[in-house]
Ligand binder design. Structure first.
Ligand code: GLN
Length: 356
């Protein structure tokens, strides 16, 4: 079935439909990972976005029940060059088309994803609409103009209730802005007793479990939208060992009075080089972010920059000068992508006093 992708700049791409038959609008972003489409689709940080994959073949090893980063697809749509519905992998339980259909997500294939990527690189992230409902270009333009892109999806994807995952080790309060399963798995592997809190949990609620440390999770949207967490983090940082990952890192920056900004087109992929200044080593990291912490705004604060991106020198990590607080912009849990930075979780555990 025919499908059309229409971009805010007027570009039209004709392709074929897969997944749900329908019309969807979102912020168009690109991801350069060669594998890991299942983890990307189920990463809550993509809520509201339409993901354009630069790697030309998607679906070739199928989809399974073990590698979801959350229980559903939070992205608004999926754009690929070629789909393979023959899943050549022993773990595969269904194909990518069935996954998107089962989760009501509109996909388009057979379009030039690399030319789309170049457009995003030149003009920055754009709004776009995908439709397999035979709409005219004028109708698509109308839909696009009428739809406002929200940037507070963390409020939707965060847990509604407090959840405990028992463990024999350190007690960790995990503030959920859209946490990925592999962050939870990394804490479980280190025997932590994990309590997951909603994005707007108060300082008193968090401290009532008497945690050894706090982890502020990844999540979608603009960190400035999550005012409750910024206020709560101001107190957490002063009183308890705290680590932030991605959105959590940005929230810590805002809590100490530094600033964040929207990047032109962000970092999304599995091979972003990051320099760890204190270790004097570079790592290949997994990334998914559209906002960043402004390096200049940290200079007069109690924090120092510990990691920088080797492509564009943006801030990839920071730590408090005296207190046990640090954060990273990239994803030490990988999923998808390299897990070379999983030492960040060990650093968190030793900051909390080591394994119990
Ligand atoms: N993965 C994340 O936590 C993303 C953080 C934030 N939503 C951004 O795009 O920058």
């Amino acid at each position: 079935m025919e499908s059309i992708l229409y971009l805010e700049d007027g570009s039209i791409y004709k392709g074929k439909a897969f997944g749900k038959i329908g019309t969807t609008v979102g912020e168009l972003v690109f991801n350069t990972s060669m594998t890991g489409y299942q983890e990307i689709l189920t990463d809550p940080s993509y809520a509201g976005q339409i993901i354009n994959m630069t790697y030309p073949l998607i679906g070739n090893y199928g989809v399974n029940n073990l590698e979801n980063e959350s229980s559903k697809i939070h992205a608004k749509g999926f754009i690929v060059k070629n789909i393979s519905n023959q899943a050549f992998n022993y773990m595969s339980e269904k194909n990518i088309d069935d996954m998107l259909k089962g989760m009501d997500i509109v996909g388009i294939y057979g379009v030039d994803t690399r030319s789309i990527t170049k457009k995003i690189r030149n003009s920055g992230v754009l709004k776009c609409v995908i439709s397999s409902e035979n709409l005219s270009i004028d109708e698509l333009k109308n839909i696009l103009d009428k739809t406002e892109i929200k940037d507070d999806y963390m409020k939707k994807v965060s847990t509604k209730e407090i959840i405990n995952i028992p463990g024999d080790g350190l007690r960790v309060a995990l503030i959920d802005f859209g946490v990925k399963q592999n962050i939870i798995n990394n804490l479980k592997q280190r025997e932590c007793d994990i309590t997951i809190f909603p994005y707007n949990a108060s300082y008193e609620e968090i401290m009532s479990i008497n945690p050894d440390g706090v982890l502020l999770s990844n999540g979608p949207g603009d960190p400035k939208e999550v005012k409750e967490a910024i206020e709560t983090s101001k107190k957490l940082i002063k009183n308890i060992p705290t680590m932030g990952i991605c959105l959590g890192h940005q929230i810590i920056a805002l809590a100490v009075g530094a600033n964040t900004y929207k990047m032109k087109y962000g970092h999304r992929g599995g091979n972003h080089g990051v320099y760890d200044i204190e270790r004097d080593r570079s790592f290949i990291t997994s990334q998914n972010h559209g906002y960043a912490v402004d390096a200049n705004s940290i200079k007069d604060k109690e924090f120092i920059v510990t990691h920088i991106n080797l492509n564009d020198n943006t801030v990839e990590g920071m730590r408090h000068k005296n207190l046990p607080v640090f954060s990273v912009q990239y994803h030490p849990e990988g999923s998808p992508g390299p897990q070379d930075s999983s030492y960040i979780f060990d650093k968190f555990i030793s900051m909390l006093g080591g394994e119990k």
